[in-house]
Unconditional design. Structure first.
Length: 210
């Protein structure tokens, strides 16, 4: 595809060409970060009302081929239910994305998944920028510390979860990692912060008619 054609497609539809570009990407494999690239197909939603950004695809997503196919998707859907959103909202109205598009593999210790490197995130960032520019969401959910740090700067979760941040007219709602593996939510004070975050999300649901 020529550069001119890509430009024409973007003007016709903000996300036109995104799926093909993501699925064709082998940047991390060619750079030696991955033995096998398997980019996850971007979501296609008729009525995307929020964007959700996670860290990276997990093994279940890698196998099934769609974002948040594993336990994290189940937790996040339940969290939106707690915030007062109707059943099915998570899959029907939330555009699901992540900092990187391929499963990074298991960690060297064998305990959990490997965190993508700064370089890997940089190689994928243009896809995320493309999605945010094209969708122009009023609300962005940042799931996990890596996603939060990428947009709000590095700081402890205790200083972000439970708060709402407005950056250049866009509202960011930080949430903790939702896979069920993280021990962060084992602490009562941290669970209270999650409750506070879901309360803020419920408020935004009403105020912004999400």
């Amino acid at each position: 595809m020529s550069i001119g054609t890509c430009s024409d497609e973007r003007q016709a539809s903000p996300l036109a060409g995104l799926t093909e570009a993501v699925l064709a990407c082998r940047a991390c494999q060619e750079a030696g970060f991955l033995q096998r690239a398997n980019p996850i197909r971007p979501a296609v939603l008729d009525d995307a009302r929020m964007v959700l950004i996670g860290q990276a695809p997990g093994p279940v997503t890698d196998r099934k081929g769609y974002h948040f196919a594993g336990p994290a998707g189940t937790f996040l859907s339940a969290w939106l239910d707690r915030a007062g959103f109707p059943a099915g909202y998570f899959r029907e109205h939330v555009y699901l994305s992540s900092l990187t598009r391929c499963f990074p593999g298991k960690s060297a210790s064998g305990n959990g998944d490997r965190q993508p490197s700064t370089a890997e995130i940089g190689l994928c960032r243009h896809f995320l920028d493309w999605e945010l520019e094209g969708l122009n969401p009023r609300v962005v959910l940042l799931v996990g510390k890596m996603a939060i740090d990428a947009f709000l700067g590095k700081q402890p979760l205790e200083r972000t979860v439970g708060r709402v941040f407005s950056v250049h007219g866009r509202v960011f709602v930080p949430l903790p990692h939702a896979s069920g593996v993280s021990r962060w939510l084992n602490t009562p004070a941290h669970r209270a912060l999650l409750d506070q975050a879901l309360g803020e999300l419920s408020r935004l649901r009403v105020e912004l008619n999400l």
